[in-house]
Write a protein that binds this ligand. Structure first.
Ligand code: NIG
Length: 378
């Protein structure tokens, strides 16, 4: 595999695409040529953690948080995830599709060609399956490849929910999801509840991934490692032991710096210590209405550099090769002959400018499966 993920192809000639794949680096132009001079070309980006299917918004909660209320206080007084669950249950599949399309268009404009998308705002069997069908429909309606996750344990709708997940929801998921996720937190689900659900998920062929150590320390990283989870997401409060466990298990850390900012939390995940401890670190937008209402990939990269201690190269790899590993698609996140024809042409000459240009996008053109999909489509 020729990994030219961050090379400037102007030195090479042309990147060729045919039949949805990269043919290689060509000396001669093809039938249709996109002028890449002055910019650099890299692989399509992967956003490995989003909750972008939802109805309603939580702008009023944002205002409350700006006045000093915390995310947990709002959740405990009946707002938070519960508010989005009410709105999402009330929406039809088609309405949810229409609401998600502009969010996906925004992600595409930031160079994202593959994104993980979670359920978790249904929280009863029919509404969770409805959300997964919405993700399936969205896959057919727009260019980004969506990798579905059943976020079975997000918030507790009733005391029997863990039983319902194990006995009723997971057996009906079938091919509608690749991953099974849980929010492990004092105010959400315990390690034992998560173990029980993930045991069933693995029996059914789903791959575990977890939200851990986000708001309080809780040995969540150790649990993710024990369960051989593909990813441990958030990790603001991960311990040294947790870092060792993730490195040993090969679990990818998915950092959510825009959430830490958005929730006005003081502690960013220790990205530097995770990388130095041998953990692969990916980044995400975590696009969702409560903790990260953004599709801005470049902002996440900037925060990862400024607050999580990553270098610009590590931040770029957080949305390319490490994000590809996070969604268990090692074929993505790099440009190579024979690989998927997903590519991004940037205005700037180096990946270094992506986090440097704070909050702005340098994306000029996005190619999906060999076709120009943004801006416009040909
Ligand atoms: O990843 N932490 C739990 N889930 C989301 C937030 C969801 C919401 O607040 O609606 C997250 O940050």
């Amino acid at each position: 595999v020729l990994d030219l993920g961050i090379e400037n192809v102007a030195d090479v000639g042309f990147v060729g695409f045919r039949d949805g794949k990269v043919t290689g680096f060509e000396r001669e132009p093809a039938r249709e040529v996109i002028d890449a001079r002055g910019g650099f070309v890299g692989p399509g980006l992967v956003d490995p953690h989003t909750h972008l299917v939802f109805a309603g918004d939580r702008a009023a909660e944002f205002e409350q948080r700006c006045q000093g209320k915390t995310y947990l206080e709002i959740a405990q007084s009946g707002g938070g995830i519960t508010r989005t669950v009410e709105a999402t249950r009330a929406a039809s599949e088609d309405e949810l599709v229409e609401l998600a399309l502009p969010r996906l268009a925004a992600l595409l404009s930031h160079g994202v060609t593959t994104a993980e998308v979670k359920s978790g705002y249904g929280l009863d069997v029919e509404n969770e399956l409805k959300m997964l069908r919405v993700i399936q429909k969205l896959n057919a309606r727009q260019p980004i490849t969506l990798i579905p996750t059943v976020l079975a344990l997000h918030s507790r709708p009733d005391d029997k929910w863990v039983d319902t997940v194990v006995n009723e929801l997971l057996p009906r998921v079938g091919k509608l999801a690749v991953f099974c996720d849980a929010f492990v937190e004092k105010t959400a689900f315990t390690a034992d509840e998560t173990r029980r659900v993930m045991k069933k998920a693995v029996e059914l062929g789903l791959i575990p991934r977890l939200h851990v150590d986000q708001l309080t320390p809780g040995a969540g990283a150790e649990l993710a490692a024990e369960l051989k989870a593909a990813t441990a997401d958030h990790l603001e409060h991960v311990s040294g032991e947790g870092i060792k466990a993730l490195a040993f298990a090969g679990t990818v850390a998915v950092l959510n710096p825009t959430s830490t900012l958005f929730l006005r939390e003081a502690k960013y995940a220790p990205g530097r210590a995770l990388i130095d401890g041998g953990v692969r670190v990916a980044l995400c937008t975590n696009c969702n209405p409560g903790s990260s209402m953004t599709e801005n990939v470049a902002l996440a990269m900037s925060l990862a550099c400024l607050q999580n201690g990553l270098t610009p190269r590590e931040a770029y790899e957080g949305f390319t090769k490490n994000a590809a590993l996070a969604v268990r698609r090692p074929d993505l996140g790099a440009l190579y002959a024979g690989g998927p024809g997903d590519a991004v042409l940037y205005n700037c000459a180096s990946y270094q400018t992506l986090p440097y240009h704070l909050g702005m996008s340098e994306v000029r053109t996005v190619i999906k499966a060999g076709r120009r999909v943004w801006p416009g489509s040909t």
